[in-house]
Write a protein that binds this ligand. Structure first.
Ligand code: SF4
Ligand code: SF4
Length: 64
């Protein structure tokens, strides 16, 4: 399984990762930060890493 982490201190809640992800991996948590609730849906496209304006997302198969 792909290893996905969102650094909540860096996430500003823009929602870009939620919009771009084809696998519905992300949802907002109670504080309006992105949470990778469905890592099994990841297709390893790396779009979330590319789109995140604050560099908050780490996906282990994607180069940063
Ligand atoms: S790599 Fe692609 S499929 Fe995986 S979490 Fe990021 S946007 Fe979604
Ligand atoms: S794209 Fe980055 S900053 Fe925006 S909600 Fe997702 S993790 Fe947070």
């Amino acid at each position: 399984m792909v290893y996905i982490v969102v650094d909540k201190d860096k996430c500003d809640g823009c929602g870009e990762c939620i919009t771009v992800c084809p696998g519905d991996v992300y949802e907002f948590d109670d504080e309006g930060k992105s949470e990778p609730v469905n890592p099994d849906g990841c297709t390893e496209c790396c779009s979330c890493v590319e789109v995140c304006p604050t560099g908050a997302i780490t996906v282990d198969v994607c180069e940063e």
